[in-house]
Design a protein around this ligand. Structure first.
Ligand SMILES: NC(=O)c1ccc[n+]([C@@H]2O[C@H](COP(=O)([O-])OP(=O)(O)OC[C@H]3O[C@@H](n4cnc5c(N)ncnc54)[C@H](OP(=O)(O)O)[C@@H]3O)[C@@H](O)[C@H]2O)c1
Length: 278
């Protein structure tokens, strides 16, 4: 555990769910001062962690934070951000979000937050499962959307850089384009395979064994997004958030459908040729 230093930040977290709880362990270890607020009461957990929990959002905003870290679910962000008592802010702060989609929180933050607040959009491309043994070599995407106080921003980024994350600066648009082809596609294929309940058979080929391995690996990594039962509404909220609030995901879903239809058509055409050569 590091002692607080001149680089220590006062970080106020909004939304103290599984991902925020995972992130704060490292922030506390690094000597930052953490406060949290959330829809549910996390007083006991915060007491155990040695950090302050505010039930009252006004008091949370009046406490003097360098950084306000938005860790709520994708689907609740709009409601949460529009209900913030921004008039209680004592000084301009750096607002950061960690949502798994990026254009959506960027637009909301620019629309709602005071003009003198800085805005940093980020996506740590890992979670409690994939980052269980540390963050070394794991990607951290960020976009400095509106930054005037470079010192606070770079101290915040240093939290991840100093743990060995691959720091990937790119626009929110580029993130959403890329992640629709990687993260959203992975979750979709993972869910399709889970839906089909594929299981080993006594006559598995090497190829099928690999498919089962891939399916199991995706399910394991998807636990980052499924702390609750994978069939629950909350778990589906996360997945549907990736779809609803990433404009590129719709095209990826269409591409997947098209690819499936193309292969199906090729098979049926060939079958018809074979069975009815005339
Ligand atoms: N899990 C990961 O691996 C991962 C990785 C990168 C980024 N992220 C992003 O991090 C954020 C948090 O993810 P998560 O894994 O902790 O799970 P989540 O289910 O996406 O979000 C849980 C958080 O959202 C809050 N919340 C949900 N509905 C709400 C509502 N109607 N009103 C107010 N607050 C509401 C919860 O508050 P209460 O707990 O108080 O109910 C909790 O703090 C998400 O935006 C996700 O995209 C997650």
């Amino acid at each position: 555990m590091s002692s607080p230093s001149e680089n220590s930040l006062k970080i106020g977290i909004i939304g103290f769910g599984p991902f925020a709880q995972f992130l704060v362990k490292t922030m506390i270890k690094q000597g930052h001062f953490i406060r949290a607020t959330s829809r549910s009461d996390y007083t006991d957990l915060c007491n155990q962690l040695g950090i302050s929990f505010f039930r009252d959002m006004n008091e949370f905003f009046e406490s003097d934070n360098d950084v306000i870290l938005m860790c709520t679910s994708i689907l609740s962000l709009s409601q949460v951000i529009k209900s913030l008592p921004l008039n209680c802010l004592k000084q301009p702060a750096l607002f950061v979000d960690v949502l798994s989609v990026k254009e959506y929180p960027r637009d909301l933050m620019l629309q709602v937050l005071p003009h003198d607040s800085d805005v940093l959009c980020t996506h740590p491309m890992f979670g409690p499962e994939s980052g269980r043994d540390g963050w070394n070599d794991l990607s951290f995407m960020f976009d400095k959307v509106r930054i005037r106080n470079e010192t606070i921003c770079s101290r915040f980024l240093q939290i991840f850089a100093s743990e060995g994350c691959k720091m990937m600066e790119m626009t929110c648009e580029e993130h959403d384009r890329l992640s629709s082809r990687s993260q959203f596609l992975t979750h979709t294929i993972g869910r399709v395979l889970a839906e089909m309940e594929i299981e080993p058979t006594p006559i598995d080929t090497k190829g099928f064994q690999k498919l089962i391995e891939v399916s199991a690996t995706i399910s394991m990594l998807m636990k980052d997004y499924m702390q609750k039962e994978s069939t629950s509404r909350d778990s589906f909220d996360l997945f549907s958030g990736l779809f609803i609030h990433n404009r590129f995901a719709k095209q990826q879903l269409r591409n997947l459908e098209l690819a499936f239809e193309t292969i199906k058509e090729q098979l049926i055409k060939r079958m018809n040729e074979e069975l009815d050569p005339s």
